[in-house]
Design a protein around this ligand. Structure first.
Ligand code: NAP
Ligand code: GDD
Length: 332
């Protein structure tokens, strides 16, 4: 029997790398869409390079998407590509909308034109709840995005629902709450903190500048969340699901756990920097994933403390390997 084929946009990102690993374990032939760069941004998938195929295309370019879908003819498409850093969305609001909003329509159009039987997953986000209208947030909670990124993602969410209702596409929107890992980009707060802790521990820095310590998020582990994406596409009918742990913690709690893991007192190192505060903040996210638990049989396995400690340990190890005289090489 020939393997099922999955196409992942955003395969070079955090989630793309975990999803590719997971789909390979399930026996899929995995194709990743990558955009051209003058250097190879393939750090997170270096260990998978021999087992996956990479193909060029861009969410900004309609024809490239049609050609790609026609060439690969995947059974499933996971649309993870986007400009995903919230602060950048104020600096590059139009570009964020092009990738993160209209890019979804371009991909759905390619699917509709080439093969409407392809199942598609859209990476939606808890940022669409923004100024949360209720706690916890679930699939029927009203949306109130608070950044150009959140607004663009809300468009991506609704166009996915619309193509499902207009054309009968098997299109699912996963409303995923924050999820992290040792592969998280260093600009996001969890990794910024765990990387900062590791640098301080190794004597490479003495302080860590942070913005709003009072913001609360529902943080889970990326390795758990990619399984939910796959489960959504294995159901009899398409639907949208909240994926979350159900717990909320402040940035301050995250900082305390991370510094304590390294035997450091966070108050001696963390400096509040007003410039890192956002023009409009999302104060509190806490998800209710009971629908995913009931229908998909999904639940998170890695808890908040375990996640942050895993990330601190990985960053401390990473610097230990890289520092001169360690006699070690390689990375995670
Ligand atoms: P990430 O690490 O920032 O990865 C983003 C990916 O998108 C990268 O592979 C990037 O490629 C690619 N990309 C960006 N613009 C593109 C374009 N124009 N054409 C093709 N590829 C493009 O993000 P992540 O954390 O893995 O998140 C995956 C998706 O889930 C994103 O859509 C994000 O918005 C969404 N999401 C994330 C979370 C979370 O907590 N992680 C929660 C909810 C939703 P390059 O390597 O070339 O830059
Ligand atoms: N990045 C960052 N840097 N955030 C900080 C800092 C800092 O120095 N100091 C405090 N924060 C606060 C932010 O103000 C925000 O309230 C919170 O930490 C989390 O910020 P991020 O880690 O940047 O994530 P996010 O919640 O804005 O967005 C992430 O999660 C979304 C899902 O809710 C991204 O992965 C999005 O792509 C994703 O959709």
């Amino acid at each position: 029997m020939t393997a099922r084929r999955a196409l992942i946009t955003g395969i070079t990102g955090q989630d793309g790398s975990y999803l590719a690993e997971f789909l390979l374990q399930q026996g899929y032939a995995v194709v990743g869409m990558v955009r051209r760069a003058s250097t190879e941004p393939f750090e997170r998938i270096a260990h998978l390079r021999e087992r996956i195929t990479l193909k060029p295309a861009d969410l900004l370019d309609q024809a490239s998407l049609i050609h790609l879908v026609r060439e690969v003819r995947p059974h499933e498409i996971y649309n993870l590509a986007s400009q995903s850093f919230v602060p950048t969305s104020w600096e590059q609001a139009v570009l964020t909308a092009e990738f993160t909003a209209v890019g979804v329509t371009r991909l759905l159009e390619a699917i509709r034109l080439v093969d409407p039987g392809i199942r598609v997953y859209q990476a939606s986000t808890s940022e669409i709840f923004g100024k949360a209208q209720e706690v916890p947030q679930h699939e029927r909670t009203p949306f109130y995005p608070r950044s150009p990124y959140g607004v663009a993602k809300l468009y991506g969410h609704w166009i996915t629902v619309n193509y499902r209702e207009s054309y009968g596409l098997f299109a699912c929107s996963g409303i995923l709450f924050n999820h992290e890992s040792p592969r998280r980009g260093k600009e996001f707060v969890s990794r910024k903190v765990t990387d900062g802790v590791a640098r301080i521990k190794h004597g490479l820095a003495t302080e860590l500048k942070l913005g709003n310590l009072d913001a609360r998020r529902d943080w889970g582990y990326a390795g758990d969340y990619v399984k939910a994406m796959w489960l959504m596409l294995q159901q009899e009918s398409p639907d949208d699901y909240v994926i979350a742990t159900g717990e909320t913690h402040s940035v301050r709690e995250l900082v305390q756990i991370a510094f304590a893991r390294a035997g450091l007192n966070w108050r001696a190192h963390v400096v509040e920097d007003l410039a890192l505060k956002r023009p409009a903040e999302v104060d509190l996210l806490q998800g209710d994933a009971s629908k995913a638990k009931r229908v998909l049989g999904w639940q998170p396995e890695v808890g908040f403390r375990e996640l942050i400690e895993m990330m601190v340990d990985a960053d401390i190890e990473r610097y230990a390997e890289a520092l001169p005289g360690s006699g070690r090489s390689g990375g995670r």
